[in-house]
Design a binder for this molecule. Sequence first.
Ligand SMILES: CC(C)(COP(=O)(O)OP(=O)(O)OC[C@H]1O[C@@H](n2cnc3c(N)ncnc32)[C@H](O)[C@@H]1OP(=O)(O)O)[C@@H](O)C(=O)NCCC(=O)NCCS
Length: 225
Amino acid sequence: MGPGPGNLQASGTEGAGVVAARTLPPVDTVRAGVRLATDADVGAVATMVAAAFATDPAWSFIIGPGNPRAREAFARTLLMPRIGRGTAWVTDDCTAVAMWDRFAVGGPVDADHGARWAAFRDEVGEHVWARLEAYEAGLKAASPARPYWYLGVLATHPDLHGRGLASAVLRPGLDAADADGWDCWLETSTPANKAFYAGRGFTDAVPVDVPGGPPTWWLRRPARH
Ligand SMILES: CC(C)(COP(=O)(O)OP(=O)(O)OC[C@H]1O[C@@H](n2cnc3c(N)ncnc32)[C@H](O)[C@@H]1OP(=O)(O)O)[C@@H](O)C(=O)NCCC(=O)NCCS
């Protein structure tokens, strides 16, 4: 078991520990056209996410440099179950996406989970698959205790950063977590993202050890009641 939300350790690792929250202006989700993602969005969102994560350290560790087709396959495989569960939000033109999971205690696993990831493994090959397993094992060893809302993917088209689109697509998941009174968690391997997330309430960081992989942190947004 990883550390529960009450057992977070601030360590000397760069960037670990508690980061001060900042106050941001309210985000206009209506103006950004935020809505639930549908099956019709899969292609556009996968292409956008592959571009957004083109140089992400964790994706580059798992997939290697370049290889946009594998990045798109990864994005598709991550997106489709969240569409089914109603926990993926996009801007109307698919220029930004937030993919969440509501991890209840003992929550059910999708019937097609195994088949989806088997198809991904066939598509990308054993080398990528082994890296993904190594990354997942590192995360799992430090994973938070359920229940919590997990932000699996947040991305904005690279040409449209800094316009509030990620802040807008994040909002429904944060509101859902607040309605449950649960923590939110995500993991990142990009130190620059920690300031962005601190501004959205993710103020606690827990280092994750991914052998051979990039420095990675779980970030926690404490429950609001
Ligand atoms: C991280 C990422 C999702 C941010 O997306 P974004 O759409 O640029 O984010 P936003 O525009 O909402 O916020 C970025 C900045 O714009 C500012 N901003 C500009 N206009 C805004 C508005 N109308 N409303 C809210 N914020 C606005 C925000 O204040 C924010 O600045 P801050 O971080 O200093 O607070 C994006 O950089 C990305 O896709 N990166 C690559 C993938 C990635 O790393 N994803 C996260 C993985 S953990």
